[in-house]
Design a protein around this ligand. Sequence first.
Ligand SMILES: Cc1cc2nc3c(=O)[nH]c(=O)nc-3n(C[C@H](O)[C@H](O)[C@H](O)COP(=O)(O)OP(=O)(O)OC[C@H]3O[C@@H](n4cnc5c(N)ncnc54)[C@H](O)[C@@H]3O)c2cc1C
Length: 405
Amino acid sequence: MTAVRHVDVLVVGAGPAGLTAAAALAARGVGRVEVLERQRTPGGMPRSCAHGGFGTWHRPLTGPRYARGLVEAAARAGAVLRTGVTALDWTGPLDLATVGPEGHRTIRARAVVLATGARERPRTARLVPGTRPAGVYTTGELQQAVHLYGQPVGTRAVIVGVEDVSYAAAGTLRRAGTAVVALVTDLPGHRTAPARALDTRLRRGVPLLTGTTVTELLGHGRLSGVRVRHHDGRTAVLPCDTVVFTGDFVPDHELARRGALTLDPRTRGPAVDGALRTSRPGVFAAGNVLHAVERAATAAREGTYVAASVAASLAGGDWPAGVPLTVDPPLRWITPGRVTPADALPYTLRTAARLTRPLVEVGQDGRVLHRERVHGAAAGRSLTLTARWTVRVDPDGGPVRVRVV
Ligand SMILES: Cc1cc2nc3c(=O)[nH]c(=O)nc-3n(C[C@H](O)[C@H](O)[C@H](O)COP(=O)(O)OP(=O)(O)OC[C@H]3O[C@@H](n4cnc5c(N)ncnc54)[C@H](O)[C@@H]3O)c2cc1C
């Protein structure tokens, strides 16, 4: 039986969401704020994103530089960062069993913030058959191998996926001196900015194979190729020694699941209300664990926001049930997925079809609460809806629905 150590707020995950939450909480003087990070260095996903695209318009930063700034801010505010420590499971409502350099420990907190981020579904989860050779990566693994450990990757790579992250993987492979044989997708087209797709295809000479599925990995010891099938039934083998499975992110919801917290069936992250309260009193969640995957600035904004909610809860705030918030097609999901009248955090919506400047309507029990024309998005990408209407929600009413009119 391990001794129980007490902290005021325990943050699990030292990415943008967790670090920003910890910095804001420590600055508010809520007591001992501790952040657990299973990696040896804090910073989360941006640490292995050597490219720019982080920070602000005025101060653009590379991922590692951005991560360093967040780590420094959290430490400066007085949060304690404990790296190489994994939160394994719950041993009580607000108790977590951990393992790290000091061995097994139990930490009891007055509030817990889950900021465990997201992960890409690897080859096994995508059920791609074939042999089990070396040379098979997700983008995260590729970025770590190249940018953090300087490991050689291979000479010829196939990238599965056509999202922003797939194009980021192409950039990483180029930097590693690996030729990109093709980008492969079963979709009819790419899901990145047209200029980026054009540049990769025309200037870099990387073919985009649409309507095409990777059906088998080949090779013993090292990958020797991937078998692909076009939707008209034609098959081919693309010789390569490296394949990168990109995109298809899922929230890292392991702790939420183990704690029997209610999960949102659409996002697959823990279900939260607009104060980022989960179904368990005292447990909050923020960042990509809620919405795989949004930009770092969104995760950081939620980190700041959740800090205010945690502080209010520690000061004796209640834990209202909230009204379910749902979407109609072509919208796929919305997060937060429950609403209380006090909520003020903007909502993230994912669409299944391209929407150009859509008019979004929020309603409850036949009443229109709000109408707003929002920025459009391509299929699989996100829209943002303000929370200006939440004050009009009837906390005793039926579900609130969001639809495109
Ligand atoms: C290839 C790639 C390129 C990207 N490029 C950009 C970009 O250009 N601009 C941009 O704004 N965003 C970009 N992003 C997205 C950005 O990285 C994320 O939005 C951001 O990192 C999310 O922050 P987070 O704190 O929610 O999660 P993460 O950054 O994923 O951090 C979660 C942390 O929790 C830790 N953790 C998980 N479980 C446990 C546990 N049980 N115990 C202890 N620790 C745990 C993980 O190790 C991780 O460090 C990119 C993402 C990828 C994958």
